[in-house]
Structure formats: C-alpha cells, structure tokens
Design a protein around this ligand. Structure first.
Ligand code: ATP
Length: 349
C-alpha cells in the first residue's frame, strides 16, 4: 500500500472549512480504492500565524515542506487585517517559487447539473496550462522621477527554458488524452516576447506531429471562451494571459467556488501544491455555507498527479451526481450547507 505524506495548510477564512471536508472525501476514496492512503500533517501557517509570529510561515518553512510528497492548501488572506502583498509574497509565492512550481494547471469544464452564465453552453472541457514562474509577472523593472516626469518600467521575462517547459507539458497532456493544443499569443502587439513565444511553439510542436495545434491571440481567445468554449482542449499560456483566461474559465463554469487548480513541480524534485482558485472569502467564512467543491476537485487533481486517475474520476463523478441532484451551496443558487454537499459527495462515492 502506498502512503502519501501530505503537508496540509488550511490557511485562512473558508480554507479552514473546505480543507477538512476535502480531506474527508480523499480519505474515503482512498479507503474505497484500497491501494493507497494519506498521512496528513497540519501546518498552522497563514494570517493568524503572522499576527502571532510576525511572519506567514517559519524561516525554514520551505525546507520543512520539501520532506512531504505534496502540499494541500486551502486559501490564504485576511485583507482587512494583513495586507494582501504580505500574505501573498510571505506564503503562496514563496512556496510556488521556492519549490519551483513552474506550471499552473486549471481546468474549466461544464459539470453536469451546473448552470453556466453562458446562454447556450455546449459541453466544454478545457485545461489551461499556465507558465507559473516568469513572463509578465517578473520582479524586474523600476520607477523613477515624480509627477509629470514619472516613469514606470515593468519587464516581462521569457526564457527559452520556461517557455518550452510549459509548452512541452501541454503537449504531453494532449498526447495522453488525444486532444489538441492551442497557444495563447499576442504577437501582433507585443513585438519581442510573443514572437519568441510563437517561435518556440513552432519548434516544440514538431516533436508532436500527431497533435493538432492552433494559435490564437489572447483577445480573440477571451471572446471565444464566451462564444465557443467547446472548441478548446488544452491551452498553453503565459503567466498573465493564463491568469486572466482561467478566471474567465471559472466564471463560465458557474462559480469560482468550484474551480480547482494545481501548482506543479513537473520535474517531481519538490512537492507540488494543490489549491483551489478561490480565496479565503472572508464575507462567508465561519458560516458553514462555503462551497467545498473547488477544494474537493483540487484533491482530485492531486490524485491524478499521483497517478490515481480512477480514484480521481470517481470523485468528479460523485461531485456531478451531487450537483445533478440539486444539492448546491448558495453561490450556485442552492440552499445546501457545506456539510450537506460534502456528505452527499461522500455518499455518491
Ligand atoms: P483573494 O484575494 O484571496 O482571491 P477575494 O475575496 O478577492 O480573495 P475570493 O475569496 O475568491 O476572492 O471571493 C470572491 C467572492 O466569491 C466572495 O464573494 C466569496 O464569498 C465568493 N466565494 C469564493 N469562494 C467561494 C466558495 N468556495 N463558496 C462560496 N462562495 C465563494
């Protein structure tokens, strides 16, 4: 029997509610499968920890996390008490960069039983592979002068290594699932970075002659997400483009409360981190009404990454059954509590 050592960071707000619910689901599916189990180790890091210790996580936190197979994270942030840049850079970004989680994967899929805000959504099932370590989100640039003479420079940094890594990951995903790959570009407006991005895409695709490809400018792609999301399988995008596109993906699915995500160290040298798209949702924290599906689906992505695809599929089926039976939290227009949704999913497993 495989035992996976998982570091758990519930974090703040609804993270403390949705993570225990997802762990219950994951333990149940592990028991039903019988070939693996989880050993959960909890770390109380986040904004409460910051208020007590003056840091979001201990100095040696990254070293501690390296001892685990994967990281399962809820949400981090208490915007009214701890400034967002402290909670973000003191924990999330520190982990993503410290553990070289260079790929961010976010699916957008129309689940059975869910209402998309699109008027007539076809059955879409998209996976966005977002470069997670460089590109437009690079700490490079500066500001000089004041007033009317003020200048701000923000550099976007694209390395061949980082660009190629994201693209190869997208092609490997497509290869294993018989899908096609779309590259998100903007080479008609950005004159250095995106022509480079296009060139690397042309090179990488030669290694995958059986996979169909397309190249779309990001503005057109955003429109297509609304007009015909069913036309896409795997999309590879830079850090900024992927960030924007995946929020749109979450929106057309029906609620940010169901959208899952993974920050992957694809070399498997360090643990990867699985965290839903949504944040700590302070407006509904502690009320027991948060939607646990985003966190539970994120757990399914962790299972997939660990190679347990059958167990992962079982979770997604159980989620769809629950939604189809009308058991939904308020963000999806229902009246169910977090516990009712979680118990229904466990029942459906
Ligand atoms: P962050 O900066 O951490 O992303 P945020 O407040 O900007 O935080 P979210 O925490 O994702 O963003 O919340 C955005 C809105 O979506 C809030 O109104 C919140 O209540 C709602 N929301 C987010 N997650 C869920 C969930 N799991 N269930 C129900 N509603 C949710």
């Amino acid at each position: 029997m495989n035992t996976y050592k998982i570091a758990v960071i519930e974090g703040d707000g609804i993270g403390k509610e949705v993570v225990p619910a997802a762990i219950e689901v994951l333990d149940t599916v592990a028991k039903l499968d019988g070939s693996f189990q989880f050993e959960w180790t909890y770390f109380p890091w986040g904004c409460d920890y910051y208020l007590e210790h003056g840091e979001m996580m201990p100095e040696d936190g990254i070293e501690t996390l390296k001892q685990y197979d994967q990281i399962f994270l809820g949400a981090v942030g208490m915007p009214n008490i701890v400034p967002d840049h402290i909670s973000l850079w003191g924990l999330l970004i520190k982990i993503r960069r410290g553990l070289k989680q260079s790929i961010n994967v976010r699916p957008a899929k129309l689940l059975a039983g869910l209402e998309s805000p699109l008027k007539n959504p076809q059955n879409f099932d998209i996976t966005v592979v977002r470069e997670n370590s460089e590109g437009e989100y690079s700490d490079s640039g500066g500001r000089i002068h004041n007033g009317a003479d003020e200048i701000a420079i923000q550099n976007a940094i694209f390395t061949r290594k980082g660009t190629e890594r994201a693209m190869r990951y997208a092609f490997e995903l497509a290869k294993n699932s018989n899908k096609h790959v779309t590259s998100a570009t903007k080479s008609n407006g950005l004159t250095y970075s995106m022509p480079f991005w296009d060139e690397v895409f042309e090179e990488v695709k030669k290694d995958y002659p059986d996979i169909d490809t397309a190249v779309n400018h990001i503005d057109a792609l955003a429109a297509f997400f609304v007009m015909k999301p069913q036309a896409f399988d795997i999309i590879v995008a830079s850090n900024l483009f992927g960030d924007i596109l995946t929020d749109l993906g979450g929106a057309i699915m029906g609620s940010i409360g169901i959208a899952p995500a993974a920050n992957l160290n694809i070399e498997r040298e360090y643990p990867s981190m699985f965290e839903p798209v949504h944040g700590s949702a302070p407006d509904i924290a502690g009320l027991g009404i948060a939607n646990p599906i985003g966190q539970i689906w994120t757990g399914k992505m962790m299972l997939d990454f660990l190679g347990h695809h059958e167990a992962g599929a079982r979770i997604l089926n159980a989620i769809e059954k629950t939604l189809a039976s009308g058991i939904k939290t308020g963000d999806l227009g229902g009246t169910a509590t977090l516990a009712e949704v979680k118990n229904s999913i466990i029942g459906n497993l």
